[in-house]
Design a protein around this ligand. Structure first.
Ligand SMILES: Cc1cc2nc3c(=O)[nH]c(=O)nc-3n(C[C@H](O)[C@H](O)[C@H](O)COP(=O)(O)OP(=O)(O)OC[C@H]3O[C@@H](n4cnc5c(N)ncnc54)[C@H](O)[C@@H]3O)c2cc1C
Length: 376
């Protein structure tokens, strides 16, 4: 068996990004994907244009829509409009296109893609990691990247990620046609969903509608929500195929690396626990994990701890506040909507959050300062 430098489990957003950067740096990389072809992914595809900073190639070919306006409602009324200025761009991509596009770039940079290859076993033998597929194929590498999403069994097995997972319950619907959604507009609805919100993100020839519930462990009553939401968007109440999924969200700082192993994206529970933003941390962690592995493989780093530390600083610190904000906001959403979204300065702040310019820590600091100022 030939030993590779790195095996990557999962060719989603996080895994393909890691594969690209590792291959570009000259490593011998193999990307393992369970599905033989790209399946429809339950994802709204909304992401800050700031993600471009992690790629030397242009992502515009997979951007379906550039968003310049966000509409917020409470029970489909009480509209708040947040214009997104050109300086704070927010993009909608079709997820399948994004993942395939980055995977193609990784292959062009020298990575190998094996699909279908469903990893059913992962073990360390001496200094090497060994993976086994469902049909018994075995591969071996100096390092492994766990990028197989929210259902990944490996983090728990190797002491990575949070000790206790926290899940958001989601339902997604992909609709054909645009309904009444205007060009460049996305919609967020907060009053209809228990402990969460619904969104409508336009694609080139359709709309992604989703519902997410962020606290508590009860399943969503999504049919009742969609019965009201879809007609308000110009669709029939029963239109589209529905898909329920569990999404691992951030649940405290935790180790994201071990000896020759890193976990990225949803597998590492990096998704934002307030707005379900998972693409940015998936791409960021794929990029940072590859950087850290590059140094480690060359012998310039003794371990991969700098990866965990960087993600904690650049993402986790903000998510710690996001989690607190989520727990308060979704317990008292009506108050949250009035005080958070209807504030005169809110549209500007929302634009900054969506574009990745502002973290939840900045928001929390402003609120605390405001409270202190009011008291004195
Ligand atoms: C309904 C919904 C809407 C969302 N909307 C948004 C949004 O608008 N914006 C946003 O930023 N985030 C959104 N998210 C979150 C975002 O989709 C995820 O955070 C993102 O997909 C994480 O990417 P990933 O690469 O870590 O995992 P995934 O995209 O799940 O990729 C994992 C890959 O691993 C493969 N795999 C799994 N098991 C194995 C195995 N054993 N062997 C080999 N391969 C395997 C899978 O087939 C898959 O290709 C949404 C999530 C949901 C559920």
């Amino acid at each position: 068996m030939r030993t590779k430098d790195v095996l990557i489990i999962g060719a989603g957003a996080a895994g393909s990004t890691a594969a690209f950067h590792l291959a570009k740096a000259g490593n011998n990389v193999t990307l393992l994907e369970q599905h033989s072809k790209e399946n429809l992914k339950p994802c709204g595809g909304g992401m800050a244009a700031a993600v471009q900073e992690w790629f030397p190639f242009d992502l515009m070919p997979v951007v379906d829509e550039v968003i310049n306006r966000v509409d917020f409602t409470w029970c489909l009324s009480d509209l708040v409009i947040a214009p997104l200025p050109g300086s704070s761009p927010f993009w909608i991509v079709q997820r399948e296109k994004l993942d395939s596009f980055i995977t193609e770039q990784a292959i062009n940079a020298g990575a190998e893609l094996l699909r279908p290859f469903k990893v059913t076993n992962l073990q360390k033998h001496g200094n090497y990691w060994q993976v086994t597929s469902k049909d018994g194929q075995q591969l071996e590498a100096k390092a492994v990247v766990i990028a197989d999403g929210s259902r990944s069994p490996w983090p728990e097995m190797f002491g990575l990620g949070p000790k206790k997972q926290h899940y958001a319950f989601t339902t997604s619907v992909r609709l054909e046609g645009r309904g009444n959604i205007e060009k460049g507009t996305t919609k967020f609805e907060f009053g209809l969903v228990h402990h969460g919100f619904a969104w409508a993100f336009p694609l080139a020839k359709g709309v992604n509608v989703g519902i997410g519930s962020f606290i508590g462990q009860q399943a969503l009553n999504s049919d009742a929500v969609l019965d009201k939401l879809l007609p308000s968007l110009g669709f029939d109440a029963k239109e589209g195929n529905r898909k329920d999924s569990l999404l691992r969200v951030w649940n405290g700082h935790s180790p994201l690396n071990g000896d020759g192993i890193v976990v990225v994206g949803d597998a590492g529970s990096l998704c934002d626990p307030f707005l379900a933003e998972g693409l940015r941390p998936a791409l960021m962690s794929g990029y940072e994990a590859a950087n850290s592995l590059n140094y480690w493989l060359k012998g310039d780093n003794k371990n991969l701890n700098d990866y965990t530390n960087k993600i904690q600083r650049e993402w986790g610190d903000s998510m710690a506040w996001g989690r607190r904000i989520s727990q308060v906001f979704y317990r008292f959403p009506k108050v949250g909507y009035q005080l958070g979204i209807k504030r005169p300065t809110a549209p500007q702040r929302i634009a900054e959050i969506l574009s990745g310019k502002l973290g939840y820590g900045d928001i929390a600091t402003r609120v605390i300062r405001r409270l202190l100022f009011k008291r004195t």
